[in-house]
Design a protein around this ligand. Structure first.
Ligand code: NAD
Ligand code: UDP
Length: 386
C-alpha cells in the first residue's frame, strides 16, 4: 500500500542531504529512513562508525542503493554545495554538543554551531532547497521561575517554567559563564534561518530536542572515546555503572530534565520530513514532558535499572557529589529545568511521545551492557602501563 502523509497525499521518494549523519541522532534517522521509507540519504560526516551497519558490506542490504556516505568536514569542503544541490531537503545535525566542551572549548563550540552552519543555510536559501536545522532546548536557557525567591508559590505555576516556542524568552548567564556559548550560537543561527525565511523565502523547520537519549549516544570513555573525555549524562552514568563506580552528581544533582526516547523523537522528525506543508516555517520542541526527574533521581533510577539488566547488585555507595568546577571547570553553569510545551507539534503534526523513563532506560541500559560490559572488564583487568 502506498504510504501517505498526514493529509492523505501519497509520499513521493526524495533525496536528503543529512549532515552529521554519523552521530547519535543521525544514525537513528538513517536507520528509520532506510527501513521504513523509500527516501535516499546522502550521509555527510567525518565519522561513519555508528552507521557502518547500514552501509557495509556494500550492496548487501535492501536499501544499499539508497544510502551513500560522504566523508566530509563541512568546515572546508567545496563538495558540500553540490550535495545540497542534488538533494530535495537538507537536514543539518552537525555540531559540537557536549556541555563539557562549551566552557573549555568555547571558540570551537561557537564556530561549530554558528559559523560552520552558515554556508549550509546560504546554499539552501540560494538554491531554494528545504532545510531542517537541529537547534536545542538550551536556547531557552534558564526558566523565569528560577529567579523567584526559593519559597515563592509562583515557582509551582507552569507560566514560570514551561518552555513555549513562540512565547518564552531566551535567558542566558553572563559572558564569563562560557557554558552559554553553545546556546547563544544556536540562538543566533535560529534567528538567521528565521530571517532567511522572512526575507528570502527559505523553507525551513527548526528542531529543539529536549534530552533525547538511547543506544549509540556519545561514547564510553576509554572504550570507544578518549579516557579523559566527558560525554553527556547518559554516557557518564552508564560508564560509572559499567565500571561499578559511584555516579557523580554535579552540584547536588538538583537540576531537572525531561528525557525522551530516541525512537519516539525520530518519529517526530520523520513527520517533519514527510509533511513539509505542516512543518515549514515552524520551530518545534521535541521532548517528553511526562518524563521529568532531577539528575539525582535519574542516577537512582539508572542504578536500579542497571542492576536489573546486568543481574549484579548495585555498589555500596551509588552516588557521590562533585562541584561543577571540579567536574566541568571554570565557566560552567546550568539550565535549572526543562519542560517542553507540546502545543505546536501536537497541532501541526499530531505527535506525542510514548515511552516512559523506566522503559527507555531499560532498553538503553540493556544495549549498554551488551555492547560494553566485556570490553570494560578487559580494560579493568589489564595491568596499568608502567
Ligand atoms: P552527535 O555529536 O552524536 O552528532 C553530531 C555529528 O555531527 C557527529 O557525528 C559529528 O562527527 C558530526 N559533525 C560535527 N562537526 C562536523 C563537521 N564539521 N563536518 C562534518 N560532520 C560534523 O550529536 P547528536 O546528539 O546526534 O546531536 C545532533 C544535533 O542535535 C546537534 O546539532 C545537537 O546540537 C542537537 N541536539 C541534540 C540533543 C540530544 O538530546 N541528543 C539535544 C539538543 C540538541
Ligand atoms: N551531570 C551530572 N553528572 C554527570 C554528567 C552530567 O550530574 O556525570 C548533570 C549536568 O550537570 C546537568 C545534567 O546532568 O545538570 C544533564 O547533563 P547533560 O550532559 O546530559 O547535558 P544538558 O542536559 O545539560 O544539556
Amino acid at each position: 500500500m502506498a504510504r501517505v502523509d498526514l493529509d492523505g497525499n501519497p509520499i513521493t521518494p526524495i533525496t536528503i542531504c543529512m549532515i552529521g549523519a554519523g552521530g547519535f541522532i543521525g544514525s537513528h534517522l538513517c536507520e528509520k529512513l532506510m527501513s521504513e521509507t523509500p527516501h535516499t540519504v546522502l550521509a555527510v560526516d567525518v565519522y561513519d562508525d555508528k552507521i557502518r551497519h547500514l552501509i557495509e558490506p556494500q550492496g548487501s542490504h535492501p536499501w544499499s542503493s539508497r544510502i551513500e556516505f560522504h566523508r566530509i568536514n563541512i568546515k572546508h569542503d567545496s563538495r558540500l554545495e553540490g550535495l545540497i544541490k542534488m538533494s530535495d531537503l537538507t537536514v543539518n545535525l552537525a555540531a559540537i554538543c557536549t556541555p563539557a566542551d562549551y566552557n573549555t572549548r568555547p571558540l570551537d563550540t561557537i564556530y561549530s554551531n554558528f559559523i560552520d552552519a552558515l554556508p549550509v543555510v546560504k546554499y539552501c536559501s540560494e538554491n531554494s532547497k528545504r532545510l531542517i536545522h537541529f537547534s536545542t532546548c538550551e536556547v531557552y536557557g534558564k526558566t523565569i521561575g528560577c529567579f523567584l525567591p526559593k519559597d515563592s508559590p509562583l515557582r509551582q505555576d507552569p507560566a514560570y517554567y514551561v518552555l513555549k516556542e513562540d512565547e518564552s524568552p531566551c535567558i542566558f548567564g553572563p559572558i564569563e559563564k562560557q557554558r552559554w556559548s553553545y546556546a547563544c550560537a544556536k540562538q543566533l543561527i535560529e534567528r538567521l534561518i528565521y530571517a532567511e525565511g522572512a526575507e528570502n523565502g527559505l523553507e525551513f523547520t527548526i528542531v529543539r530536542p529536549f534530552n533525547w537519549i538511547g543506544p549509540r549516544m556519545d561514547f564510553i570513555p576509554g572504550i570507544d572515546g578518549p579516557s579523559e573525555g566527558v560525554p553527556r549524562v547518559l554516557a557518564c552514568f552508564s560508564n560509572n555503572l559499567l565500571r561499578r563506580e559511584p555516579l557523580k552528581l554535579v552540584d547536588g544533582g538538583q537540576s531537572q530534565r525531561t528525557f525522551v526516547y530516541i525512537k519516539d523523537a525520530i518519529e517526530a522528525v520523520l513527520l517533519m520530513i514527510e509533511n513539509p506543508a505542516r512543518a515549514n516555517g515552524h520551530i518545534f520542541n521535541v521532548g517528553n514532558p511526562n518524563n521529568e526527574v532531577t539528575v539525582r533521581q535519574l542516577a537512582e533510577m539508572m542504578t536500579d535499572v542497571y542492576s536489573k539488566v546486568s543481574g549484579e547488585p548495585s555498589v555500596e555507595t551509588p552516588t557521590i557529589d562533585v562541584s561543577s568546577k571540579e567536574f566541568y571547570g571554570e565557566g560552567y553553569d546550568d539550565s535549572d529545568k526543562r519542560i517542553p510545551d507540546m502545543t505546536i507539534i501536537n497541532k501541526q503534526l499530531g505527535w506525542n511521545p510514548k515511552t516512559s523513563l523506566w522503559d527507555l532506560l531499560e532498553s538503553t541500559l540493556t544495549y549498554q551492557h551488551k555492547t560494553y560490559a566485556e570490553a570494560i572488564k578487559k580494560a579493568i583487568s589489564k595491568p596499568a602501563a608502567t
